[in-house]
Design a protein around this ligand. Sequence first.
Ligand SMILES: [Zn+2]
Length: 214
Amino acid sequence: MVVHAHTQPGINNSIRAGVDQIHHGAFIDEEGVRGILDRDLWYMPTLRVTCDKNLGAWPDRPWMIEEMSQAQPIHREGARLAHELGVKIAFGCDYPSSKHVWQIGDAALWELMELTWVGLSPMEAIVAATKTTAEAYRLGDLGTLEPGKRADLLVVTGDPLDDVAVLYDQANINLVMKDGVVESAGDEFARHYAIREPQPEDRPQYDPLADAPD
Ligand SMILES: [Zn+2]
């Protein structure tokens, strides 16, 4: 069971109710972090919800900008403390978000950078986004590259373990393989792989033109 909770007492109530994951925690306090730790739950901070970039996403909702601005340092301190104490950090961005500043897929990659800015190493952020989150959702065939699991992988220019922002620049993504099938490839790889033809159902189900609040 997953709950999207920003404040106390909601976080503590959720923990007592027996959830598996706490998402957001924009106003999480030390009691909340320790509650997650004590129950060995997953914490998915979704820091991009309160990041500077997202503050421009809601020009028609000043009350949201005000609340997100207030939460910004508290949210980051909570995620930093959670990581420092050894909480299992899961990875997500809530939803693709407002068209004003985000593109589809953009928010997840931004979240990777946000996690490194609160103290995770690039490897820890990538592990959060892959292995830990697959475990949180009990997706046994995802999350790591090993025999018997789905071959979902990227080949990129640069070393994301030096700087995870390498993954944020689409120009660095040279090959995308999903479930063992090459979905897209740059010139260097296109000669060697059959690339799956785009299908109508590949189009995002989410409509980026239709805003929805966090
Ligand atoms: Zn949410």
